[in-house]
Ligand binder design. Structure first.
Ligand code: 3HC
Length: 340
């Protein structure tokens, strides 16, 4: 459904977008020139390659935030595993939530290749210093929320993540290829679950519409602030980390979702949503950016609960980490003895 983004060309401004500012340090000039050549040629930067410190920092920031989003993103849906309406739905949901955990692990590994330890990243998350996606600070009130998270939240996530498969940093780009394949299944299972409910009772249909009403605007905000208020976009795009801007991805998501909503038989809660023939896109209403920033800054309905759950899981898991390390030490000792 969302694979078209693989083919989005960089457009006429591609060379301007890829230009990287020269290093201030003369000793780094040759390495900087090589880095710029690789970026300009749309090549990949690998962990052992030289890279400007700002590029490394930007990647650690984005990849670790992304990893945290996957891990925290397990919580709103995990909440429904014990209450799924059938064995089939439970099995699908368990698999999906496990996938999100796996995505977090690939992404932490990708960030580790940049010289940041997993402990440092967890510490930033658990102490509340690290960001994760605003969307996971909202509650899942009914079973329809699980379907809507698949359809809209995962749909928005794929729209944002498919261009990241072409990110200039190799380990991140390769991790995203697998993540996107799995996210595609997540999006489809959500749509199918909602379709089933829409063919059910009037109460089920109302439940779906209510969930769509509550999640729609939050999903649009997920793409991040408008381009004009996005401090990281210009540099991220120059470096080939970000390929499509926040506003352009948001627009692509809206244009792709409107026909899906029609097939499903739900309305999207925006009276200003309409096709604009001249632009070749849908116009849409105002996103509540004050609410978005309040949630990003820790004041959403579930921020405290989400963080407390992660910290508790980390503390409760201490004995597992200790046991795994003790086991690995024993195995290493045995291997050394056998080799001696
Ligand atoms: N929630 C929380 N913070 C957000 C945000 C959101 N939805 N959107 C933007 N922000 C933050 C940025 O992280 C940045 O904070 P920082 O400067 O303190 O690090 C600030 O707002 C300004 O935003 P920018 O647009 O300048 O930031 P970026 O250029 O990094 O763009 C992004 C933001 C589009 C989210 C980009 O970082 C990105 O593409 N990240 C990778 C994908 C990702 O993390 N997705 C999160 C959802 S994952 C998911 O949904 C899991 C799936 O299983 C459902």
């Amino acid at each position: 459904m969302y694979t078209q983004s693989f083919n989005v060309p960089d457009g006429a401004s591609a060379s301007a977008v890829k230009a990287v500012p020269a290093s201030q340090d003369p000793a780094d000039a040759a390495r900087q020139a090589h880095f710029d050549t690789v970026i300009d040629a749309d090549g990949k930067i690998e962990p052992r390659d030289w890279m400007p410190e700002a590029y490394r920092k930007t990647l650690v920031r984005q990849i670790s935030q992304h990893a945290h989003s996957e891990i925290v993103g397990m919580l709103p849906e995990g909440n429904w595993i014990s209450r799924a309406p059938s064995l089939k739905r439970k099995a699908i949901l368990v698999a999906k939530v496990q996938d999100e955990g796996g995505h977090g692990l690939y992404l932490y590994s990708a960030a580790e290749t940049l010289g940041t330890s997993r402990d440092q990243m967890f510490d930033a998350l658990h102490s509340g210093r690290a960001k994760y996606s605003s969307i996971f600070n909202y509650p899942t009130l009914t079973w329809a929320d699980v379907g809507v998270i698949g359809w809209l939240v995962d749909g928005a996530a794929i729209m944002n993540q498919i261009p990241l498969c072409r990110c200039s940093y190799g380990p991140y780009a390769r991790a995203m290829i697998r993540v996107c394949k799995e996210e595609s299944f997540h999006q489809r299972q959500g749509f199918e679950a909602l379709m089933t409910m829409m063919q059910g009772t009037a109460e089920q249909r109302a439940m779906v519409q209510d969930a769509v009403n509550r999640w729609w605007w939050k999903c649009l905000a997920m793409f991040g602030p408008p381009d004009a208020d996005s401090p990281n976009s210009v540099q991220g795009m120059r470096w080939g980390i970000k390929r499509i801007s926040n506003d352009d991805l948001r627009q692509k998501f809206i244009d792709a979702t409107v026909p899906q909503a029609e097939v499903l038989g739900v309305t999207l809660p925006d009276p200003e949503l309409r096709w604009n023939e001249a632009r070749g896109h849908h116009d849409y209403g105002q996103i509540d950016w004050d609410e978005f920033w309040a949630v990003v800054n820790g004041d959403g309905p579930c921020n405290k609960e989400r963080l407390a759950t992660r910290v508790k899981a980390w503390n409760d898991g201490a004995w597992v980490r200790e046991a795994a390390l003790a086991h690995a030490r024993k195995q290493q000792e045995r291997a050394l003895k056998e080799a001696a």
